[in-house]
Write a protein that binds this ligand. Structure first.
Ligand code: IPM
Ligand code: MG
Length: 368
């Protein structure tokens, strides 16, 4: 049998730097754990635009459909701000999500004990925080039709459409319930059923899926605005949150900041199973391309490394190895190794992106 395949799309800004550290980690698993991957690389975002005039070439899209998992760094940068909407770097990412039908976006917000003081909230509110946000990723207002800027009665009108089918709600609800079964068994669904018909349908369908197949899970519903408030008031009340594309975009940024360390947060975007039983999957750090620090060795590679840990868990069924990698990252933090984004008064000098990668490798070696 051939090795599982990974396509790396490092993208723009700090993407290539943090991905270089992930390559060290994939090599380590090959050499030390016998987990060999066939790794190929291609362009996405501004890097693809510079070469192909589009943020994702058709040939790259085809490769992404053919591999077992895609690892993405980050897309975007100020030099692309004035580009036509259709060829902006972000469109490359949105095309991948849509055409791979990656409907379930898993965004864990976990507070590492060594970093609890970085949160904008008090340590006692965030210590031990472990939330999983499941964001619907392929529908809703991001993709709904009609959309556009039109002329109407002598002025322009901008239109986007929030649209969800029962099937789209059902499949992401199932993903959330399945995850909850492996966690604390609680799901909170968020919408705006008080003002949006799509929210009324969302609530009904999530409840129906629960009643039919997941009675063992404790399900609650919340309006998304209240959800945002509860997230900063008492975040530990949540286990799994399931919500739509736009609310999920906002709520996951809020949850990310609770942990205080955007440079630490991974994500997985999962679709339906392929022929080999693995889900279509793309893994990426939650942070962006950070053009202000790109190319200076200042970026924290941990979010990207932890995204690979999610790939081990969700694509390659290697939960034990994923735990191993997550423990190594936690150990490095507990030892006080810090990239510049994690510095506090009194800390020793920060390490570079590649020194952080090396420290994780040493922790992996020490854990064998
Ligand atoms: C995210 C980002 C994207 C989104 C952008 C870059 C298109 O904010 O992944 O959360 O809005 O989905
Ligand atoms: Mg976002």
């Amino acid at each position: 049998m051939s090795n599982p395949s990974i396509l790396i799309l490092a993208g723009d800004g700090i993407g290539p730097e943090v991905m270089a550290e992930v390559r060290k980690i994939t090599d380590w698993f090959g050499e030390r754990r016998g987990l060999r991957f066939d790794v190929s690389e291609d362009l996405v975002g501004g890097a693809a635009y510079d070469v192909h005039g589009v943020p994702l070439a058709d040939a790259t899209m085809k490769k992404a459909q053919a591999v077992d998992a895609v690892l993405l760094g980050a897309v975007g940068g100020p030099q692309y701000d004035d580009l036509d909407f259709a060829v902006k770097p972000e469109r490359g990412l949105l095309r991948l999500r849509k055409e791979m039908d990656l409907f379930a976006n898993l965004r864990p917000a976990q507070c590492f004990d060594a970093l609890a003081d970085f949160s904008s909230l008090k340590r006692e509110v965030v210590a031990g925080l472990d939330i999983m946000i499941v964001r619907e990723l392929t529908s809703g207002v991001y993709f709904g039709e009609p959309r556009g800027i039109f002329e109407e009665k002598g002025e322009r009108v901008g239109i986007n459409t929030q649209r969800y089918t029962e099937g789209e709600i059902e499949r992401v609800a199932r993903a959330a319930f399945e995850l909850a079964r492996k966690r604390q068994g609680r799901v909170c669904s968020m919408e705006k059923a008080n003002v949006m018909e799509s929210g009324i349908l969302w609530r009904e369908v999530v409840q129906a899926v629960h009643d039919a197949d997941y009675p063992d899970i404790a399900l609650s519903h919340m309006y998304a605005d209240n959800g945002a408030m509860q997230l900063v008031r008492q975040p530990r009340q949540f286990d799994v949150i399931v919500t739509d594309n736009l609310f999920g975009d906002l709520l996951s940024d809020v949850a990310a900041m609770l942990t205080g360390s955007l440079g630490m947060l991974p994500s997985a975007s999962l679709g339906a199973p392929m022929e080999n039983g693995r889900p279509r999957a793309l893994y990426e750090p939650v942070h962006g391309s950070a053009p202000d620090i790109a190319g200076q060795g200042k970026a924290n590679p941990c979010a990207c490394i932890l995204s690979f840990a999610m790939a081990l868990r969700y694509s390659f069924n290697e939960g034990t190895e994923a735990d191993r990698l997550e423990r190594a990252v936690e150990k490095v933090l507990a030892d006080g190794v810090r990239t510049p984004d994690l510095m506090q008064a009194g800390d020793r000098a920060p390490v570079s992106t590649s020194e952080m990668g090396d420290a994780v490798i040493r922790a992996l070696d020490a854990g064998l």
